[in-house]
Structures are given as C-alpha cells and as structure tokens.
Design a protein around this ligand. Structure first.
Ligand code: WT7
Length: 691
C-alpha cells in the first residue's frame, strides 16, 4: 500500500506552514546513521532562560518541611495533586475532578474529566519557550560520537513519525510494539504514539524473538517499529532478524517500520516499510490527538511469579505528573542540568527517567546506548566529563561490576559537574554505596537509593526530598515520596505498627503513578496486587522499618528473582527448560551473586533414558532459555538431582532449594513436612560434587 508517498496526505499536513512534504532529511534520521557523525565537541544545554519549575515549598508556602508536605499530600491528596497538575501540566481541557477511585474494584482514576496530550507536555510547550535547548543528548555506543537533539528538532521528528503512523492507519488506542536501540528514534516513536493516542509497548531489544512475539500477541499490536541493527558494547545485534522471526508468529502484525541505525542491507519483506523513506514524505506539523487523562499511554511487560509476563498498563496524566514530580524533587532537577539516566528505554526506568519525567520538565536528558565497560571500565565517568552530566542514575549491578577495577578508572575523569547520584533496581549494598558516594561523588553529591517498580510508575521511597539538612544514610531508600503511605503487613494481613519491625511492603494510599491494570486481565491485577493484603497495594517486596522510621528493602517475597536489576519469574525459566525432551522436572531459584545481585540456579531431574550427554543437555538448555526469554535469564548453574523437595501435597519447597543454592545447608530449617526428607541430603551431595 505504501509504495511511494502515501496516496492521501494526512489531515495535519493541510495546516502545516511548510506544506505537507519536506524532503530534507531531518536530524533524527541523519543522527540515526552511525556513518554520518555530526559530532559536537561542546554540548551546551542550550537556552535555559525559561521560568524554572518552582520548588515544592514555593507551591505550598504554608508548609515548611518535607514531613509537613508529605503529611499534607496524604491528608489532602486532591488539593495536593490537583494543584501540581494544574500548575505543571498543560491541559487541553482543565479537569474539575481530581480523583474518582473505586477501590473495591481496584479502579483508580486521576483527573478523569481532564484532557491533555502527553507529547505536547513533553515537547511542544518546551519547543515553544526554548526551541534550541537540547532535549536529547544521544551518547552513542562509540565514545565521542554524541549527538544533541534540540526540542525543536525533537518536535519536528516526532511529528513526522506521528504523521507516518497516522497515514498508515494507526489510531487512538492501537498498540504499537517498539523494538529499538536507545536512540532518538526510540524516544520519538514513544512520543509519536502519544501524539496520536496510540499505546506503545516498548520491548527491551535484548529480548528474544519468542519473548517479543508473546508481547506483541498479548498486546494485539498490528504495528512494529524497529531498526536494521543495534550496536552495543562494540557488537552488532541483528534487530531486524529478531523482529522477522517474531512477526512470523504474529498474524496480527500488518506493518513493520524499519529505521536505520547502521545502514546495513537488511532483507525487506512484504510487511516491511523503510522508515526513512516514509518520514521523508511527511511534514513536521501534526495535530495532537485530544486525550482523556485516563487514556492508556503505554504497556510495559514485566515478570510475575507465575504465568506469562504481565502487560502493566499506565495511563496519561497521572503517570506523567508522577514521573515529572519525582524527577524534579527526588533528583533536585534544575534548568540547565544534564540528566544522565543510563537505563535502557526498554525498562520502566527508561520510560520515567530517560523520557517522560525529564522531558515533561523540559530537561536535557542523556540517551546512553553503550555499556558500563565499553570500551573500558571508565566509560561512565568519561561520558560524565565529556557531556557535563549533573545527575547520574544507574543500577547497583553496574556499580558492583565497576568497583572491582582500579580506582583510577574513575579518578582520571573530571566529575566536578556531578551533583546528584542515584541508584535503582535492587538493594544497593554498603560497599557499592560507599564506592559510588565516596569515590565517584567525592562525598559532595547527594546519593539517592530509589525504590520503586514498573507498576508504581515512579519513585516511591527515596532519601529525597527531605527537610533541609535531614540526613541521607548509606544503603537504604529511607523516606516515602509525596502521596505514598508505606504500610508493613503480617502474613495474616494485619498491619505491623511501630518501629524496628518487618513486614510485607504495601502502600496504603493511591498515588497518581500507580498502574491502572494488567492489559486484558484486570482480575490478575486485583489478584496480584490487591488480594494478598486487603485494602492495600502489595509490592511483592519485604521491608524493614527501623527505629527512626526509615525503610529498608529486604527483597522479593515471591518467586521473582532480580538478575542485574531485571525481574525474572522463576516459572518462565522453568517453562523454557521443560521444553527439552530429556528434562523431567525442574525448579529454579535465585542465589546471591556478587555482581548480578541474584543469579539463576536450576535444579533438574532428567528422564531415565536421555538422548544426549549431560553437557549437551546443559548447552541445549542455555540456548533454550536464551531463545525463549533473553540472555540474562540463562542459569549460572544446572544441577542434576535425583529428586526435588516436595510437600506431601506435591508442592516444591523452594526455600530449601534457595538455601542449597546459596550454599547454606546449615540453615534449611524444618524439613519434616516433606514427603521424603531424605531427598534433601542427596541434593546437597549433588551440589557438593558439582562445586
Ligand atoms: C523490583 C521492581 C523500578 C525500576 C527498576 C526495577 C527491586 C527496585 C530497589 C531498591 C531494593 C529495589 C524490588 C522491586 N528494587 N528498586 N532501591 N532497593 N530493591 O523495576 O523491574 O519493576 O522491579 O526491583 O524488588 O520490587 P522492576
């Protein structure tokens, strides 16, 4: 259908001052070509003269400390969030109602009668006030090839892309799967979806074809956007080939837009559309769709303890407000800062703190395409020096990896621009905290250990904001954010009161960033988050409230493991392994891993007559897990055992396996309820023989 330019120009082109067709290649496309380096040596933040976002104490002058403001936000959520939503977002239609929740059905609505377009809030209003400010600072895989993209350029390219999508029949509510490298194209694609009311589902470009296919199918996406290849850590990744394999399994997909990252020749099939060419047919104006505050903005798939990954659904205004507010106040973001969150846009951290939070605040945000050790372990700090980064937000696993190298990899680079350091994804242990705070931050930056989740939309517990002069203690997230009321629960559902206590970490308030549902399965949403502890949102984590009332995260309480900061359901790995014809039974658990946080440990029983040697089987299993899920899910260890520890009703007792995998056979606890307690010793023997 799309042989040359589309047959009927999109409506928005009629109102375009430049006419409907602009043949000049936009900065986005040229910047997506690794070969055309428009290198800029000095990266200015650009025009920073607009009115800065007010401090929270300026918004609520009668409240003097963070504790007062926090309490006010819990006591008067409508007034608190209503005032922020009015002053910090640009509305197409002002809301009259702040909340209309139906908690008994787990239905939450923020600003339900208001209308706004997220892309206008993230781009147009800044392009209006400071068009030449750098919006995106693309730090490409090869050091020294950074490319700045201003708000004006971002607006033009986002609009072109939105026009391409609209002209191809993508409309309001349609799901679009994005399988892209960290790049301006990824950001423009997310925003282009928001512009026309489509719902993006970004799939981390490290996921396998099969994982991509299941996410496309679950979302019912008809459109996919990808690039020819990706480049990461000096290695080329064949993105388009992965998409081809995924799309072959997805009859719902009718078109695949293929952008350019390396200009390699990729095979184009009947559903494939060259994105550069399609973009060159479109103009740079695109009327934003009128969106209800509660219209879906995006889906993001995440692992649960059982079943297939869940499509966590976030809506427009509440999510954006929460991402923007936390970005401003947790990180103390100010105009002129260069915000460096090195997460991939395929995870929630990338959504909220690479894209939506910073752009809603008109910030300059870094897109980091590379890895912490490419071309050497100084990469992060060399990038900080070269780009003048003021905020550096990363994952503990990267810190634990880097601290094993010489301090000189840090010290040789100028880090004087840094002001705030942040960590997210897993517990930040003391050693990593001190390395980050003392060495990288020279003890003069604030370090925020931020706890939150895909489902929470934004940071929930973090040392900041806090009263001026309030302490920031090592290795704990400490204080709840505005609107967040942490509650610790006992297994029987009772609330644990007081200080110096432990419990299941729940939230007893409704904040604007909370995910609204699991796509297509509200029952699963209710069952997962609201059924375990009546009246509360359950995070799946355990926590400790210390004598000072500060929160420490003790880790997942369910069968989810956290590998390099990425959530992985043990059931997913087990399902993948069970496809092997020689495997009779498997149980997967996490175990403490020095760098990854947790590693994957697989216990398995083989069938009596296997077709292959055990080494061949293990190799097959590695390949299986890699192809069904992703590289990070591949178990470190496969242990062949004669049996698994089961209760009399047949349930595998994972807590025993966790102790074995952690090499703590002395801490097994009570094993008398097992159907066959002797099996435990044979598993320990197998473990010891294998070491
Ligand atoms: C799980 C959420 C939110 C962005 C990245 C991960 C763990 C997250 C911390 C922290 C201890 C943490 C929790 C949580 N987690 N931050 N600061 N301290 N644990 O998002 O994939 O949705 O995973 O990550 O276990 O439940 P996610």
């Amino acid at each position: 259908r799309r042989k040359s330019c589309h047959p009927h120009p999109p409506l928005c082109c009629a109102s375009s001052p430049e006419g409907s067709v602009s043949k000049a290649p936009g900065p986005l496309r040229s910047s997506l070509r690794a070969t055309s380096v428009s290198k800029s040596d000095v990266i200015p933040a650009g025009d920073i003269t607009s009115t800065p976002i007010p401090e929270i104490t300026d918004v609520f002058p009668e409240l003097h400390t963070h504790e007062h403001i926090h309490q006010f936000s819990l006591d008067h959520p409508e007034e608190f969030w209503g005032q922020l939503a009015r002053s910090r977002l640009e509305w197409q239609r002002e809301f009259k109602t702040v909340t209309a929740h139906e908690p008994e059905k787990a239905i939450f609505r923020w600003f339900p009668d208001g209308q706004l377009n997220v892309s206008v809030n993230c781009v147009d209003r800044h392009a209006r006030h400071h068009p030449d400010r750098v919006a995106l600072l693309w730090e490409k895989d090869e050091p020294g090839q950074q490319e700045p993209i201003t708000y004006r350029q971002l607006k033009d390219e986002m609009c072109r892309l939105a026009n391409v999508l609209r002209a191809s029949g993508v409309g309001k509510g349609d799901r679009v799967a994005l399988y892209l490298p960290v790049s301006p194209l990824a950001v423009a694609s997310m925003l282009a979806c928001a512009r026309i009311g489509a719902v993006h589902s970004v799939v981390f470009a490290g996921f396998s074809a099969e994982a991509l296919a299941s996410r496309i199918q679950d979302a019912g996406a008809e459109t996919v956007i990808t690039t020819d290849q990706a480049v990461r850590g000096g290695k080329v990744i064949q993105l388009k080939q992965v998409v081809d394999a995924a799309v072959a399994k997805c009859p719902s997909v009718r078109q695949v837009f293929v952008g350019t990252r390396t200009e390699s020749q990729v095979k184009m099939g009947p559903k494939d559309i060259a994105l550069d060419k399609a973009l060159s047919c479109e103009g740079t104006e695109c009327e934003p769709a009128v969106q209800d505050a509660e219209d879906l903005l995006f889906l993001l798939y995440t692992s649960g303890s059982t079943g297939s990954p869940k499509g966590v659904a976030h809506t427009s205004a509440g999510y954006l407000l929460y991402a923007a507010t936390t970005h401003k106040h947790v990180f103390d973001y100010r105009d002129g800062d260069v915000f460096g969150c090195v997460a991939d846009v395929g995870w929630i951290t990338g959504h909220s703190y690479v894209v939506y939070g910073p752009l809603a605040n008109g910030a300059t945000t870094v897109l980091f395409e590379s890895t912490p050790t490419y071309p050497n372990p100084g990469r992060y700090w060399e990038t900080v020096a070269r780009l003048g980064i003021t905020h550096f937000y990363c994952a503990p696993t990267a810190l634990r990896l880097l601290l094993r190298y010489e301090d000189d990899w840090v010290k040789r680079y100028d880090r004087s621009t840094l002001r705030v350091l942040g960590s997210v994804g897993e517990p930040l242990n003391h050693e990593a905290w001190h390395w980050f705070n003392d060495l990288v931050g020279e003890k003069r930056c604030t370090l925020v250990d931020t706890w939150w989740q895909t489902e929470t939309g934004g940071i929930m517990i973090s040392p900041r904001p806090s009263a001026p002069g309030a302490p920031v203690l090592p290795a704990l997230p400490m204080r709840p954010m505005f609107g967040v009321k942490p509650v610790l629960c006992e297994p029987n559902g009772g609330v644990v009161e007081g200080m110096g206590v432990d419990g299941a970490l729940c939230v007893g308030s409704v904040w604007p960033g909370i995910a609204r549902t699991i796509y297509g399965d509200h029952k699963r949403y209710v069952d997962t988050y609201f059924s375990p502890y009546k009246g509360y949102y359950f995070s799946g984590d355990g926590a400790h409230r210390d004598q000072d009332g500060y929160y420490h995260i003790t880790g997942r309480m369910d069968d989810v493991i956290n590998v390099t900061g990425h959530r992985l359901g043990t059931a997913e790995v087990e399902d993948a392994m069970m496809e092997h014809p020689d495997v009779a039974e498997v149980a997967v658990v996490g175990f403490p891993h020095e760098v990854k946080g947790e590693g994957v440990f697989a216990f398995m029983i083989l069938k009596d007559h296997t077709h292959e040697s055990t080494e061949e089987i293990k190799n097959d299993l590695r390949k299986l897990v890699r192809s069904k899920i992703a590289g990070y899910a591949v178990p470190e260890t496969f242990l062949i055992c004669p049996g698994l520890p089961k209760t009399r009703s047949g349930k595998i007792m994972r807590r025993i396996l966790r102790k074995v995998a952690a090499n703590k056979p002395g801490e097994l606890g009570d094993i008398s309820t097992l159907a066959d307690p002797t099996i435990v010793q044979s598993i320990i023997d197998a473990y010891n023989e294998n070491r």
